[in-house]
Design a binder for this molecule. Structure first.
Ligand code: MG
Length: 515
């Protein structure tokens, strides 16, 4: 009798231990996307920059998987971010052409399904810290908290859309004409402006503190979490907090990069403090190529790639990317083609949540990440900064070949770029036959492949272009929706006169507001 009681006791406890082990091991991993702004292909030491300093990111490179052929979905911010979050090309999301402004009435349509919303199937806790740039809209309609994020802390657009930086950083020269017609940069907590103007000299410390506090809170629960940490670095105009001003030999850009690197380090330290590093998949990348404006003030670098931000040349969209997950992703380098479009399906697979029931342009990167194997993607479509439905794709990459059917320079690639193809004066130009490059032999897109010797490749590229364009459906443009200055975020809604009255809860008073 006693023996059978002992047996029952053991079986009962064994059952519960097994249940607990399964419950614990079935908890999906945490996900962190680290998204730099306008960081170019050639800006990190591991991507060839001789002067840059980024010791923490270099640690991730050494212990993670570095991509050589990773692409942002678009050469500018809003469409690129919409695609990263939805796994869909900009035309499908409606986030085209160009970018949102503080006055924009549109935004990422609420019916689009973001990574944050997808992860809710497994009850992920979700947060966005930093830049949003997918619309604010009337009554904060398009803010992150309406797009699957439980919390938001940051400036919802780019800091170059606020009055000139001289107002915020008196020791630095002003990069832009000081536009006093717009509201000062608002810092949001969820849908409330908590500081306006934002004190940029303290912004990175605030973001860091928010990230650490949020992770600390998550560590106390049994819920998996998703953090999108979207840095303002390294977007123009350049600034950094006191600690990083004059911190590097690369100047303002290098200082800003090192400051972002420190923020990544702070975040990692918090993860490690709670023993969460091996339970967390981290992916670092950039939203588009480098801005090459004003070379004397410090700009990003596309390395060996042609042109930069705003163009569909390689420098516009091929960006650094690092996947890091100790114990799950082995260190190495991959030459497989992948895109920010692929993050949603990859993360859905890692978290074991269902894919959204929509047409996706992204493909799972699992075999690249976990086996260092072949990727599912051999083709990329390049939609321009200002795409048009009746024009379609500008360029197509298939394996090592890339065909440009249209090219255009862009103001973000610089009036003074040494390469005239990159300058804004190089307007939209059709190419028939297309400019075909072999990116394995000529990553810098300088020498057009001999057409007579490669008629089959030209024919294949055209077939891919036509087939893919037939599959694209263009949502109504959100960016072309009418804009209105009354939509600019203001900490004193309804106040008068604007924009001067939109100043609150900040001890920091910019010089321009004192006038
Ligand atoms: Mg950007």
């Amino acid at each position: 009798m006693a023996a059978s009681m002992v047996k029952s006791f053991l079986v009962y406890h064994l059952f519960w231990w097994m249940f607990l082990v399964i419950a614990v091991s079935s908890k999906p991993p945490n996900i962190i996307i680290l998204l730099a702004d306008d960081l170019g292909y050639g800006d990190l030491p591991s991507y060839g920059h001789p002067i840059s300093e980024a010791p923490v990111l270099e640690q991730l490179v050494a212990a993670g998987l570095r991509f050589t052929d990773f692409y942002s979905a678009n050469p500018v911010c809003s469409p690129s971010r919409a695609s990263l979050l939805t796994g869909r090309q900009p035309p499908r999301t409606g986030v085209w052409p160009g970018v949102f402004y503080p006055q924009s009435s549109g935004g990422l349509p609420l019916k689009e399904i973001t990574i944050a919303e997808t992860l809710k199937a497994k009850n992920y806790s979700t947060a966005l810290i930093g830049k949003w740039h997918l619309g604010v809209g009337e009554n904060n309609k398009y803010m992150p908290t309406n797009q699957g994020f439980d919390s938001y802390y940051g400036i919802p657009y780019t800091h170059d859309m606020c009055p000139c930086l001289k107002c915020f950083y008196p020791d630095q020269p002003c990069f832009y004409t000081c536009n006093t017609d717009v509201v000062a940069c608002p810092l949001f907590k969820d849908t409330v402006v908590i500081e306006q103007p934002t004190d940029f000299t303290k912004l990175s410390n605030k973001y860091s503190e928010e990230a650490r506090t949020w992770i600390r809170k998550q560590a106390q629960t049994n819920q998996p979490f998703f953090l999108l940490y979207a840095f303002h670095q390294t977007h123009n105009p350049m600034f950094s907090n006191k600690k990083f001003t004059n911190a590097t030999e690369r100047g303002p850009f290098g200082n800003m990069l090192l400051e972002m690197d420190w923020m990544v380090g702070e975040m990692l330290e918090e993860l490690r403090a709670h023993d969460l590093e091996e339970d967390t998949f981290i992916f670092f990348t950039s939203d588009n190529g480098p801005c090459l404006l004003r070379p004397y003030d410090g700009v990003g670098n596309a390395g060996l790639l042609k042109c930069g931000k705003g163009t569909t040349y390689e420098g516009g969209q091929r960006v650094p990317a690092i996947a890091y997950w100790p114990g799950h992703i082995k260190p190495g380098v991959t030459r497989e083609i992948a895109s920010t479009l692929d993050l949603l399906p990859t993360i859905a697979n890692i978290a074991q949540v269902p894919l959204p029931s929509v047409v996706l342009d992204g493909l799972d990167m699992g075999n690249i990440l976990f086996n260092h194997g072949r990727g599912l993607r051999d083709t990329l479509l390049y939609y321009a900064t200002f795409p048009e439905p009746d024009i379609g794709v500008y360029a197509v990459r298939h394996k090592q070949y890339k065909a440009h059917y249209l090219t255009s320079g862009n103001s973000n690639s610089g009036d003074e770029n040494h390469d005239p193809d990159c300058r804004p004066s190089a307007g939209q130009k059709p190419h028939a036959p297309p400019l075909l490059y072999d990116l394995y032999q000529d990553a810098s897109e300088q020498f057009v492949v001999d057409r007579k010797k490669h008629l089959d490749v030209y024919a294949l590229m055209y077939k891919i272009k036509v087939q893919n364009e037939a599959l694209m459906s263009w949502a109504e443009s959100e960016i072309n929706k009418p804009s209105n200055s009354s939509l600019e975020p203001c900490c004193n809604p309804g106040c008068h006169p604007r924009p001067e009255c939109c100043v609150c809860k900040s001890k920091f008073t910019p010089a321009i507001m004192k006038v």
